[in-house]
Write a protein that binds this ligand. Structure first.
Ligand SMILES: Nc1nc2c(ncn2[C@@H]2O[C@H](COP(=O)(O)OP(=O)(O)O)[C@@H](O)[C@H]2O)c(=O)[nH]1
Ligand SMILES: [Mg+2]
Length: 365
């Protein structure tokens, strides 16, 4: 499975509309369709031209794209952290996510109520952040109780963790999410172990109206850009209702509409790519038997770890990786031609996988 991202935000901002749009995304050729695991959870195939070209070259009958799992996390209201409404389930869901898509309302509609009061992107983001922060403060309180004994007996580890905990506690107490605390790699590892909600990576998704998508100007987006820039976090504007309509169309028809709106690509594809980039994922490809497949891995993954993604036996029995960039491979016309010309590099287990690598793993079982 790829990575898991959760749609969060206030009620009536367009989370479910976006989820529906994702679930109906047109699917190319042999690529498998969206599959709904639960009513609010589904797997989206990631469109990747490179995979299609590699599959064509190899004559693969089966094409397996990278996927991402999307969860429509309903139920954030003020007081969620105290278990009001669907609060607790909401928070438990968030804990499992790799990435949060924080949907912010940027469209105007008298028909769709917005609570509390008129949409105000800044305050709306703060409201959601605050619930996560409050839940984290409660988590830290519990952690501190557990550390008390160690601190009393002057354990070095407990003192270190306790010091960091106090620092983060003040940070959260000032209304700032855990992910914005400057921390060393060592501190980050400890903070990660606390599994906080406000430390999850976030992309702000502004759900703007159709006129704002056309003009490219949205007041909501500007307001969020300001906040996000301070935090070094990405913002993307999409129009959920338009995306839902596009998702229902054939490729050609949706191309026509995109042109009308002066858009290069659907918001959904832009969103998925942004998610991949922001999480620091790169994709390698394998060709085996009748299947061409894309594998997303964290940037910095070694050839041996990559082999482990494919099969644990391949990691254990790893011998070497034969590697060629996908575009380079296309120039040779076929894998066997590339092999004959000696174009495949032989790489060892420490080789760091590059985006677009086509890899043949050599291993013994
Ligand atoms: N005008 C307009 N309405 C939208 C848009 N996105 C969602 N809505 C409407 O807003 C209401 C709430 O949307 P929904 O996706 O259920 O929001 P959720 O509560 O965040 O899941 C629905 O009536 C949608 O049709 C949009 O981009 N433009
Ligand atoms: Mg909803």
């Amino acid at each position: 499975m790829g990575f898991k991202c959760g749609l969060v935000g206030l009620p009536n901002v367009g989370k479910s509309t976006l989820f529906t749009a994702l679930s109906r995304m047109p699917v190319e050729r042999a690529i498998f369709p969206f599959s709904t695991v639960e009513p609010n959870m589904g797997t989206v195939p990631v469109k990747d031209e490179r995979l299609l070209k590699v599959a064509d070259l190899a004559g693969s009958e089966k094409i397996t794209p990278a996927t991402l799992t999307v969860v429509d996390i309903a139920g954030l209201i003020k007081g969620a952290s105290r278990g009001e409404g669907l609060g607790n389930r909401f928070l438990a869901h968030i804990r499992e996510m790799d990435l949060l898509l924080h949907v912010v309302r940027g469209f105007q509609s008298a028909d769709v109520p917005h609570l509390p009061g008129d949409p105000d992107p800044f305050r709306d983001i703060e409201t959601v952040d605050l619930e996560l922060i409050l839940a984290d403060l409660a988590t830290l309180e519990k952690r501190r109780e557990k550390l008390e004994h160690g601190i009393k007996s002057r354990s070095k580890e407990a003192l270190y963790e306790g010091g960091l905990l106090d620092k983060l506690f003040s940070h959260l107490d000032a209304g700032k999410p855990a992910r914005t605390l400057p921390a060393t790699a060592e501190e980050k590892a400890v903070i990660d172990s606390w599994q906080l909600l406000s430390s999850k990576q976030v992309i702000y998704v502004i759900n703007v109206g159709e006129s704002e998508i056309m003009s490219g100007e949205s007041a909501a987006e500007q307001a969020v850009q300001e906040l996000a820039a301070k935090r070094g976090e990405p913002v993307i504007s999409i129009c959920a209702s338009l995306e839902a309509e596009l998702s229902d169309m054939e490729e050609e028809e949706s191309r026509f509409f995109l042109d009308e709106y002066g858009l290069q690509d659907t918001g959904l594809h832009r969103l998925i790519r942004l998610g991949y980039d922001y999480l620091g994922l790169v994709t390698f490809f394998t060709i085996k038997g009748i299947e061409a497949r894309a594998w997303p891995v964290k940037r910095g993954t070694s050839a041996r770890q990559g082999a482990g993604k494919v099969h644990s036996d391949m990691e254990r029995g790893f011998i070497a990786a034969e590697v060629i960039d996908w575009e380079e491979l296309l120039k040779y016309g076929s894998l066997s031609a590339a092999k004959e010309k000696g174009a495949l590099r032989l790489e060892g287990k420490e080789y760091i996988i590059a985006d677009g690598d086509v890899i043949l793993f050599r291993f013994k079982v």
